[in-house]
Design a protein around this ligand. Sequence first.
Ligand code: SD4
Length: 336
Amino acid sequence: MKRRKFIQNTSLGSLGVVAGATTLGCKGDSEKKEIATTTPTESDSKRIPVVIGTWNVPDPVTKAWEVIQEGKSALDAIEAGCRVEEANEEGQSVGIGGLPDRDGHVTLDACIMNSEGDYGAVVYLKDIKHPISVARKVMEETPHVLMAGEGARQFALEQGFKSENLLTENSRKAWEEWKKTSKYEPIINIENHDTIGMLAIDKDGNISGGCTTSGLAYKMAGRVGDSPIIGSGLFVDNEIGAATATGLGEEVLKTVGSFLIVELMRQGMSPQAACEEAIQRIVKKNPNHENFQVGYIAVNKKGETGAYSIHEGFYATVYQDDKINAYPPDYYLKDK
Ligand code: SD4
């Protein structure tokens, strides 16, 4: 699969925040099996179960699909799928190997949501490779939904998670390079996978979702994006469908994008039309939208999927009807 690069930026330059290079070395690219790259059509036959992930992420999506095939829940599938990417040291925007903040600390954000409408999340989590699993523990083992920073880390340790250094040699070198200029240059070259947002419907027709990220590279210490925030980076309503986001979190947060998409689907929009409308909301508010990327994926209760972004370069990976398909969705700037 040929990698694609595109430019993302940030409107955060004015805040003195840099969104640095999230260049990713996709582990085992050369070993990856050939997968289809076509836009799904209405005639796609068996829509449930289904797994959809942001970016070109065959390994995590395949893992989630396999878990569903074993008869397990969409929630189990989401956790297992996200863990694949979190453990990939070469991926520089998720889990171990994620690019650090500007002080050199890798801080992770993640959330998970089940078909009962329960939600768990962690933000600014250090030293723990699998924030998606900690998020699930928050959801299942505490009366809370969101835990942050040192408290979240302590909770993870109490739950038996291992503390480890998440700053890999590659990411440390990239950070050292960035420090030479520490320039607030609003350009990110992004390759074909990034923050993972994943949605799944299991064999019982139940929907769950998850989202996991190290956030913007070289962000200000303490910055948290959309990914772990319910309604922004992820939303699931088992009666309607689910949506998740990637890209510049600040813009997703300001428009509560994933909740918006689910509500638009509730009003009858297809997942595709709802993703397009959510991108339009961002574009309308931002004359500078040519300088940043946001991408959404969505699924409805029938297992129909949709995906849309501002810029070219976004991918959606769908496993459905026993076939995996990573395709470049339509995007707002296509005919502009
Ligand atoms: C964030 N939305 O922290 C995440 C970053 C991301 O593709 O998705 N990058 O803002």
